[in-house]
Design a protein. Sequence first.
Length: 112
Amino acid sequence: MKVTKVSDVVSGPNPHHVDARKVYDSPHAMGVVITLQPGESLKKHITPVDVFFYVLEGTGIVEIGDEREVVGADVLVESPARIPHLWKNESDSVFRVLVVKVPKPTEETKLL
């Protein structure tokens, strides 16, 4: 068994310049915990694979294609491959989301 404490994982460099901790990496899938401080956001981007997001903490705004939704903890959001999307934290508290990419991407995420 492998147990990973998210707070022990070091945030890696990413094009969004936010706290992004790769907590799971296998040949089949990848999991990253993203933490957005108040006022932070991801840049609009396209992921080459399907992604699902599970909101761990706080309230944030997700935009996928032409849709926009305010979501909070214990919500799962699906995002199909190659559809522009982003996350924003316009609240006064921390917003954390688990990002799972399936299958593991072999191409880079493309910023728009």
